[in-house]
Design a binder for this molecule. Structure first.
Ligand code: HEM
Length: 186
């Protein structure tokens, strides 16, 4: 496996492997975009006033737990979002578009998928909690999640359908694992 020679430019060369250091950079870059965003910025700045540093550190631990398996994150993602009022579908769409774009800019595809799939899965779970179990997750999110699952399994890209997704006919909730961490008992 050849090491990438970092080409000096305004943005870093895409990383082939997640590491604690590049996860911290991802978190910083993502929340900088969130902070600058006219839709999301005001929500985060009012909720996190005076607590940004702690939030960035917590989110680095969160993603490291998910992607590197460090298991240091102690928290409850659902509970953290429960008090947030006035959150609408457009906020999730914006959050996801900024996050997925930031990840895509900073990681090679195989590494990027490791962030994207849990982000979409957790976003689904948060949306169902916020908007009700019969809320219809936007098709773009379903299609993207299905294609990421295929990628993760090493299957060729194909015509994506909902066949890959858990059955949720009649508005049944997904059996979503909220933390995204596989519980293998250790
Ligand atoms: C509309 C979209 C979202 C908004 C407005 C939002 C907002 C927030 C805010 C304000 C906090 C800080 C809570 C606090 O400390 O008081 C937070 C925490 C957090 N968010 Fe989000 N969030 C969104 C979507 C997501 C998604 C899709 C994920 C999935 C990865 C996520 C993961 C987290 C995590 C892990 C925490 C830390 C939870 C803890 O305290 O342990 N958020 N979010």
């Amino acid at each position: 496996m050849s090491k990438d020679l970092a080409v000096q430019s305004s943005s870093p060369a895409p990383a082939s492997q997640p590491s604690e250091a590049n996860i911290r950079e991802l978190v910083d870059a993502f929340y900088k975009r969130v902070d600058d965003d006219p839709l999301l910025g005001p929500i985060f700045s009012s909720e996190l006033s005076g607590r940004w540093d702690a939030h960035l550190a917590k989110m680095t631990t969160f993603w490291s737990s998910l992607v590197l398996g460090t298991k240091d994150y102690r928290g409850n993602v659902q509970e953290a979002h429960r008090p947030l009022g006035n959150i609408e579908p457009q906020h999730f769409a914006r959050w996801l578009s900024l996050f997925l774009d930031t990840v895509q800019n900073r990681y090679e595809p195989a590494a990027a998928v490791q962030f994207m799939e849990p982000a979409l899965r957790i976003a689904q779970s948060l949306q169902l909690s916020k908007f009700g179990w019969d809320y219809r997750i936007p098709d773009t999110q379903l299609a993207l999640l299905a294609s990421l699952k295929r990628l993760r399994r090493g299957e060729p890209a194909g015509h994506e359908t909902e066949a890959d997704l858990p059955d949720r006919s009649s508005g049944a909730p997904f059996p979503v694992n909220v933390t995204g961490v596989e519980n293998n008992g250790s």
